[in-house]
Design a protein around this ligand. Structure first.
Ligand SMILES: [Zn+2]
Length: 266
């Protein structure tokens, strides 16, 4: 009798593992990455990815990490581990920062290993031309520059009450390691845009740090950026509500796993 129960338990365990209930399937996430960055790398099923230049990145490096280690040296699994809440969702739980685990080697292989290589992939895009905005340097890989132009057209159609959130913009390309780390900010790759800083909230500017979530950016702006592959820093516990960043893999995964919730607001 006991042996039968053991076999039933074992069978249930292996069913859960094979159905992806206990461990995420590497191949599902790798397929999402391949769809998000078409032609950029080759999938090595069950293992990871290989870039044309030879860079090999494993899906799982086998390490257990605390929050700081996840920021410092995430693998591809960590990058996709926190579901991104479309439209921002409710105020995020402690240390819930979907999109802030960025494997440096992945972004360097996609966009360039140093400032010179990255600059060669950039193009100036006219930010909010109807409001006399400046030119912002944006990466041209995967048509990110063209996607931003479509975003700008849709933002311009929102109406005059949205102008204060959009101009003057905080900036885009800025080659700069994150203070006290060797990691590059997403602005270093020309894949991030900061909208107007005035009405924005940033956890480092707040007396309470990341503890008390604040946001004034309207959902309509977030929706437009997300539609074209940009995630929003207002979805993070360490909130940065002016910040938008081209991360189509997180949006593909979010849309694949749960339908868009139109009722959530800030
Ligand atoms: Zn930013």
């Amino acid at each position: 009798m006991k042996a039968v129960r053991l076999w039933l338990l074992l069978a249930a365990f292996f069913f859960c593992v094979s159905a992806g209930f206990i461990y995420p399937s590497p191949d599902e996430d790798l397929a999402i990455l391949a769809a998000a960055y078409p032609g950029a790398f080759e999938i090595l099923p069950g293992w990871g990815i290989r870039f044309p230049g030879g860079t090999l990145l494993p899906y799982d490096d086998g390490e257990q990490k605390d929050f700081d280690a996840l920021l410092e040296h995430p693998d591809l699994e960590d990058m996709l581990s926190l579901p991104y809440p479309l439209g921002g969702g409710p105020p995020p739980a402690e240390h819930y920062d979907p999109g802030r685990f960025r494997p440096d080697a992945f972004f360097k292989a996609l966009y360039g290993r140093d400032e010179g290589e990255i600059r060669a992939t950039l193009r100036p895009v006219h930010w909010m031309p109807s409001l006399n905005g400046p030119r912002l340097l944006i990466n041209t890989r995967f048509g990110i520059d063209e996607k931003l132009e479509t975003i700008i057209t849709e933002l311009a159609a929102l109406g005059p009450e949205y102008r204060r959130y959009l101009v003057p913009p905080g900036g885009s390309f800025n080659y700069r390691p994150i203070a006290a780390t060797g990691r590059l900010s997403p602005h270093s790759f020309g894949i991030a845009v900061d909208i107007a800083t005035g009405p924005s909230h940033y956890w480092l500017w707040e007396k309470s740090g990341a503890g008390l979530y604040k946001n004034a950016i309207p959902r309509a702006i977030v929706d437009i950026f997300e539609k074209y592959g940009f995630i929003w820093g207002g979805a993070w516990y360490h909130f940065d509500t002016m910040h938008f960043e081209y991360r189509p893999e997180l949006l593909l995964k979010a849309r694949g796993t749960k339908p868009r919730d139109q009722n959530v607001s800030h």
